[in-house]
Design a protein around this ligand. Sequence first.
Ligand SMILES: NC(=O)c1ccc[n+]([C@@H]2O[C@H](COP(=O)([O-])OP(=O)(O)OC[C@H]3O[C@@H](n4cnc5c(N)ncnc54)[C@H](OP(=O)(O)O)[C@@H]3O)[C@@H](O)[C@H]2O)c1
Length: 289
Amino acid sequence: MLSNDKILDGKKLADKLNLELKSNIHDLTNTLKIRPKLATILVGEDPASKIYVNIKHKTSAYVGIESVMLNLVENISKHELIKNIRKLNKDKSIHGILLQLPLPQHLRKHTIEFLEQISPIKDVDGSHPCNRGKLFDYDETMAACTPKGIIALLEHNDIEIKGKNVTIINRSNLVGKPLIFMLLKRNATVSVCHTSTRDINSYIKNADILIVAVGRPNFITKEKIKDNVVIIDVGINRVDGKLCGDVDFDGVIDKCSKITPVPGGVGPMTVSFLLQNTYITYKKQLNIE
Ligand SMILES: NC(=O)c1ccc[n+]([C@@H]2O[C@H](COP(=O)([O-])OP(=O)(O)OC[C@H]3O[C@@H](n4cnc5c(N)ncnc54)[C@H](OP(=O)(O)O)[C@@H]3O)[C@@H](O)[C@H]2O)c1
């Protein structure tokens, strides 16, 4: 198989989904005369977070979603941040709220408390306990954007999930945990690995589908994987100023059956599902089925 045939092209699929969304939003806003609006909260000046927020806002504008960024000072207190979230909850013109993570160090231990402050009906990254709880019953309506994007990439590329051994290396709230339920719902056998996993290589070798979100370049190399594995590389790293994932892409390309590139794989799908989720929250607030 040519290596191009092996690429799970997240950029291409996201472009297609964004175009469909743009048309849906156009039709609906023509009738309703109210545009969906997303508020992003960025605390501090982290350059990578600023880039991500800018990409989200640029893509929002493309599909017809208005966006505002609340850039709060790095040393903001817990109380003030909560006040800002509550203000956005009350603002009827805002349909979706995204708190850009990670937060500055002094606030990081309170992350869950902040996410719980976002009204569940405006919670576009599926972080509120209400929306996370629904996932327990396999209701994915307001699930987190990255897992939604990963599942869409697999399904749109006709990759069978049922009965497959899926290894996820990550147990975070925004990646690994939601994926457990979304994959179980599709009848996969799911293994979740983390820093305390013993003999992690046996789980990697056993995977028919391997989802890696560790944040370490070259974490997955050719000798670790099984022939014909499907690899979803979620990691975002910068090496010598260049973006890369957690997988030694050039090393594994001949051995795997499919792989997401970095950039151009999971990243654009995450942004696309942020916008899809904003559209869902918008419709819910306007009582549209
Ligand atoms: N492309 C996208 O749209 C997108 C979206 C979200 C995240 N990301 C990227 O994905 C990566 C993870 O993000 P995150 O927010 O989930 O980070 P995180 O909360 O730090 O989670 C990292 C996970 O990897 C595990 N891990 C770290 N080192 C490991 C090792 N040596 N062996 C086994 N497991 C290990 C951690 O285990 P413990 O739980 O034991 O610490 C944790 O579960 C980052 O590179 C991030 O930039 C990309």
